[in-house]
Design a protein around this ligand. Structure first.
Ligand code: DX5
Ligand code: ZN
Length: 214
């Protein structure tokens, strides 16, 4: 399992130190939640702060998760940072194939995020154009919410669909991930685990990250 700590749960007063600390403890990516106060009822950070997190991250790549309306506008802001992945929500995009092409053209991993209520069938005809699918296991907007277990069934169905289509994309799960559900996520086909609260509020962050590396 690859681990992507979500800085939404970090102390933004010392963001660089927070990023450096989880990287030293084994983070594979730094997960960045971009929220616009419209698609979700929360507002987070723009490219200025994300650039600061990227400087602190050094060679560890960013995994940028857009939770916004007007995806193209935000994609243009963040593509120049060359994250490993840029994901946008299928629920908010009329022309996903066009946007995926623009992301790939920028040499960035193209990813689509699905809310808990959205079926994997919504992206069936995009799977061969995707590097990653982000399955939300909480309602998008906030850290520290409870894991919604129906993501396990969705992940299994998505894994089967990916195999049938001979696609190459990875499955990532985001929301309420912890040491108690990580093995079930792995068994359901998940390769990248996002975790905010479980890592950043742990007394021993190293042990928390280790417990997710299943
Ligand atoms: C929620 C965000 C998540 C969030 C995860 O909308 O997309 O990345 O930070 O936080 P936890 O792991 O605390 O649920
Ligand atoms: Zn996220």
């Amino acid at each position: 399992m690859l681990i992507a700590p979500s800085i939404l749960s970090a102390d933004f007063g010392c963001l660089a130190k927070e990023v450096e600390s989880v990287i030293a403890l084994g983070a594979d990516y730094i997960h960045i939640d971009v929220m616009d106060g419209r698609f979700v009822p929360n507002l987070t950070i723009g490219p200025v702060v994300v650039k600061a997190a990227q400087s602190a991250a050094g060679s560890t790549p960013l995994d940028i998760h857009l939770m916004v309306q007007n995806n193209s506008f935000f994609a243009e802001l963040f593509l120049p940072l060359k994250p490993a992945f840029l994901s946008f929500h299928i629920e908010e995009e009329k022309h996903p194939h066009r946007l995926l092409s623009a992301i790939k053209k920028a040499d960035v991993g193209a990813a689509i995020a699905l809310c808990p209520h959205t079926s994997e069938s919504a992206i069936e005809y995009l799977l061969n154009d995707l590097d990653m699918v982000l399955l939300m296991s909480v309602n998008p907007g906030f850290s520290g919410q409870e894991f919604i277990p129906n993501v396990l069934e969705k992940s299994r169905r998505l894994r089967d669909l990916i195999e049938r289509k001979n696609a190459k994309c990875l499955i990532e799960v985001d929301g309420g991930v912890n040491g108690a559900n990580i093995a079930a996520l792995r068994d359901a086909g998940v390769r990248i685990a996002v975790a905010g609260n479980y890592i950043f509020s742990a007394k021993d962050r190293g042990a928390a990250i280790k417990s997710l590396k299943v």
